[in-house]
Design a protein around this ligand. Structure first.
Ligand SMILES: Nc1ncnc2c1ncn2[C@@H]1O[C@H](COP(=O)(O)OP(=O)(O)OP(=O)(O)O)[C@@H](O)[C@H]1O
Ligand SMILES: [Mg+2]
Length: 328
């Protein structure tokens, strides 16, 4: 192979849930790649399917269609030992460190647990690995015997990250790892993730509902709306020139630090709430909130063309990004 294959390659992934009210297609034909050492953000409103996709990547959720390939291997073809070995290489960091850490276990026990589950190393080797990993996340061995209740929110999330790192994974799926934290702590955790990428060559699939959070973190962004990717691209390009009306709406909705810019910016584009996922709109799912919708948008589901799924992408008025012009 001349070009390096992607670390993670998701093709046509679908995830659906049967509920008493009907079937929800939470993820509907998503294609996504993450290369080694790359940070890819998955962004969109609550309920658009980000966590479902993240969990499907880790095979915590079954795929209703499509495939997930990791380092060239279709994870769906693996079982037993090969699946266990593959699973070590991709790990998850959860949103709420409070509820994802067992309150009855010490930090040392929590971080050691994946090593025990995978029967890795001798007890002495495991202790050394746990101490090393706690150093890596900026906590250090003095935290070994503490319980989660004695930690701050940021420290708890560092423990969650240490637990995910202790098996030396190549990819972390981070599901809104900072949204439960104070803004000042958020920045520290994002910086830690960037440092870990530098030092370990780690790749991240980073789930967020807020575009602003990923601006200084991600290399590429995929924007989801009701189970589908509506736009994807390099993060700088997307902030400078968002091309899908939904991405434009997300950027317009992001808070702007500059008061003058805040006042002058365009009115939010997306009115109303997310449609009922049990009965999504025909055609383009965003059309019910889109100021640029035309009859064709109700009839034909737009495919991703040049990384944008919009029938009208070549006819939209120029978008002035409030964030770019704030200089922030
Ligand atoms: N276990 C489940 N059973 C039934 N429906 C589910 C289940 N999990 C998610 N859903 C539905 O699937 C859709 C996508 O949910 P998902 O949690 O993946 O979205 P999300 O983008 O992660 O949202 P959030 O930002 O709130 O975390 C939603 O309509 C949700 O109600
Ligand atoms: Mg979620």
């Amino acid at each position: 192979m001349t070009t390096e294959e992607p670390l993670l390659e998701v093709r046509g992934a679908a995830v659906s849930y049967r509920t008493r009210a009907g079937t929800v297609t939470a993820v509907d034909g998503v294609d996504l790649t993450v290369r080694r050492g790359e940070i890819v953000a998955l962004v969109g409103e609550s309920g658009c399917g980000k966590s479902s996709l993240g969990r499907a990547v880790l095979r915590l959720e079954p795929l209703a269609g499509g495939e997930v390939r990791f380092a060239g291997v279709d994870l769906g073809t693996l079982s037993g030992t090969p699946l266990r070995q593959a699973r070590r290489r991709l790990q998850m960091v959860f949103q709420d460190p409070q509820s994802s850490l067992d309150p009855r276990r010490t930090v040392g026990q929590i971080v050691e647990r994946p090593l025990k589950v995978h029967r890795a190393g001798t007890p002495a080797q495991r202790r050394a690995k746990v101490a090393e990993t706690l150093d890596l996340v900026g906590l250090g061995s003095r935290f070994l015997d503490r319980y989660p209740a004695a930690l701050s929110g940021g420290q708890r999330q560092r423990v969650g990250i240490a637990r995910a790192l202790v098996l030396d994974p190549e990819l972390l799926v981070c599901d809104e790892p900072v949204s439960a934290l104070d803004v000042s702590i958020q920045a520290q955790i994002l910086q830690l993730l960037l440092d870990l990428r530098e030092r370990l060559g780690l790749a991240l699939l980073f789930v967020a509902h807020d575009l602003a959070v990923v601006r200084h973190l991600a290399d590429r962004v995929a924007v989801m709306y009701l189970g589908r990717i509506v736009e994807r691209g390099a993060v700088d390009e997307m902030f400078a020139l968002p091309r899908h009306p939904y991405t434009q709406a997300l950027l317009s909705a992001a808070p702007v630090p500059d008061v003058a810019v805040e006042r002058a910016r365009s009115v939010p584009l997306a009115a109303g709430d997310l449609p009922d996922p049990l009965a999504p709109p025909s055609g383009c799912a965003f059309r019910t909130r889109c100021p640029h919708a035309r009859p064709v948008c109700a009839e034909v589901t737009p495919a991703l063309v040049h990384d944008v799924a919009c029938h009208r992408q070549d006819e939209l008025p120029p978008f002035v990004s409030p964030i770019i012009h704030s200089g922030g």
